[in-house]
Design a binder for this molecule. Sequence first.
Ligand code: GLY
Ligand code: MN
Ligand code: MN
Length: 282
Amino acid sequence: MLSELRLVKDAFEIAELQRACDDTAVAFEAVVRDLPTAVAQGRGERWVEGVFGLHARHRGNAVGYDTIAASGDHACTLHWIRNDGDLSPDDLILIDAGIEVDSLYTADITRTLPISGRFSPAQRRVYEAVLDAQAAGFAAARPGATFIDVHNAAIRVIAERLHEWGLLPVSVDESLDPERGGQHRRWMVHGTSHHLGLDVHDCAEARNEFYKLGTLREGMVFTVEPGLYFKATDLLVPEEYRGVGVRIEDDIVITADGHRILSDQLPRGVAEIEAWMARLLG
Ligand code: GLY
Ligand code: MN
Ligand code: MN
């Protein structure tokens, strides 16, 4: 019952979640500024976790959940929280981290960044597929739609892109068939969204008809976080994609006529990320 009561956030809660996202954006900037140090020190994933944690403790109560700092192939392990890897300038780093403010509301944001500051052509192709999937998810997020519509919109783009690249052994529609499909799920094994609030996976005990199959209402806050994960050992994908894992995660609130992205202060387009990193890295 409490989970269901928490599905729609009031103005105070939305303001706290906005603050959590604003603070998290500041901590992400601090992490980017420190990437050269993280590369140089070794165990750079721990360095990233530590810098984020410093700002989480300074600006808010703590991290809202264990920070995922996953470079290279580690990004393909969904909740990589061991964070003991080195950072290599040729790799991407997937950083999934959120600050929990003093009122205990938390952000949940992922950015996948080129450690050097510039995406390689293959990294960029994978990244832009995920970005397009996220854009499709955003477009489906409005009052009156169902929660699962957001996932369905995003996952169709993922399946389409995998098909274009010749990776799907079936058609897009066959892969999306709920009974017999799912071939695309080899490369995106999680859902696109979950509610967000006091818990990172908020309202988790709500009944299916109010959560997954529920209708989106003004004041609902949830993530949109598609991904593509090509393990280094995956012989089904071209060599240039192996060891590339990308997730882009933003937090949105449903408004009267659509949605607002609470984490929009962090860039997510390729050119915007490269320009942002160039500025921060001087
Ligand atoms: N950070 C956990 C999640 O994205 O669900
Ligand atoms: Mn999430
Ligand atoms: Mn996350």
